[in-house]
Design a protein around this ligand. Structure first.
Ligand SMILES: [Zn+2]
Length: 306
């Protein structure tokens, strides 16, 4: 056993030595990662390097040509932060609908139909293994112009180490990209848990960790009946709100039934609907306008700044 490992180690070392001087540093990163895997060492500190090199390799070795290539990046100030809602002016009546735990064959298709009828773009936080099972549904979500976010591979809640957290998020990002062409910078932690290692990893990878400001209650164990789901959403509506709904993770027929009424009620209150990146873009613009207007004051805000 030891001899086998040693010979593999020697092979890896000789491969590294064989590579030209200009790419020695990259090769070392990759080599070290592979070495760790060969020797069975779980090395959390190398996760970041592993991920970025894996991503780079994944992108260059892309075999599936996505139907549409969309970049749905969040504005820079939101990278690596946790967001519950956008902070907008009181007269900016915009709201973002988000759907978690899909794609699922029946409910997601029904929701897409309702959104299309109402000319609404929403954000779908997908579970990696569901994308694997239902790639056509995921493709349809992207083809309809919706934004896709990362909701991990297994939807686990428990405490996890860096390697597990990275696998949960990176595998999901990969399958979303390979299936739909969307590169997402949005992450939503399963169950909204922020302390089990996932959100920390996502923040380190510059994802915007997207929570919500409004719950319909559609995923509660004894979820309310349709009129109550509608009422929950309408009574909490405010500019910049992020509404949590579900298109997967169980039978979501109540969510599907409630959606047209929620949309009609919000429209009656004067709201229009945007995706999460659009919502954050609006906040970023408002903030930069405020900063520009008060740039003199801003300069004096941090007198001790070196
Ligand atoms: Zn979920």
């Amino acid at each position: 056993m030891f001899n086998r490992k040693l010979s593999l180690l020697l092979k890896v070392v000789s491969i590294i030595l064989a590579v030209g001087v200009s790419s020695v540093s990259i090769s070392l990163l990759v080599g070290i990662t592979r070495l760790d895997q060969l020797l069975g060492i779980q090395k959390q500190k190398s996760d970041t390097a592993k991920t970025s090199s894996d991503r780079a390799m994944g992108a260059s070795a892309q075999s599936i040509t996505p139907a549409t290539v969309q970049m749905n990046e969040v504005p820079k100030p939101f990278e690596g932060t946790i967001i519950y809602q956008a902070k907008l002016k009181a007269n900016e009546k915009v709201i973002a609908l988000t759907f978690d735990d899909g794609p699922s064959p029946k409910n997601t298709a029904q929701i897409l139909e309702i959104l299309k009828k109402n000319n609404i773009k929403a954000t779908f936080f997908m579970v990696g293994q569901m994308v694997k099972y239902f790639p056509q549904v995921a493709k349809q979500v992207a083809a309809d112009g919706h934004v896709i976010g990362n909701h991990t591979w297994h939807h686990w809640y428990f405490q996890m180490d860096g390697a597990t957290a990275s696998s949960e998020i990176d595998r999901t990002a990969d399958i979303i990209y390979k299936t739909t062409g969307e590169k997402t910078t949005l992450f939503r932690p399963p169950g909204g848990f922020l302390n089990n290692g996932l959100a920390q990893y996502a923040k380190n990878q510059k994802y915007a960790v997207m929570m919500w400001s409004e719950q319909s209650g559609d995923a509660e164990r004894r979820s309310p009946q349709v009129p109550m789901l509608v009422k929950n959403v309408l009574k909490q509506a405010k500019p910049g709100a992020i509404v949590l709904l579900h298109d997967g993770g169980g039978n979501r027929s109540k969510s599907v039934k409630a959606l047209p009424e929620m949309i009609a009620g919000l429209k009656a209150q004067g709201y229009r609907f945007v995706t999460i990146p659009q919502l954050l873009e609006m906040q970023a613009k408002e903030e930069s306008a405020v900063t520009a207007a008060s740039s003199v004051t801003t300069n004096h805000e941090h007198p001790n700044h070196q």
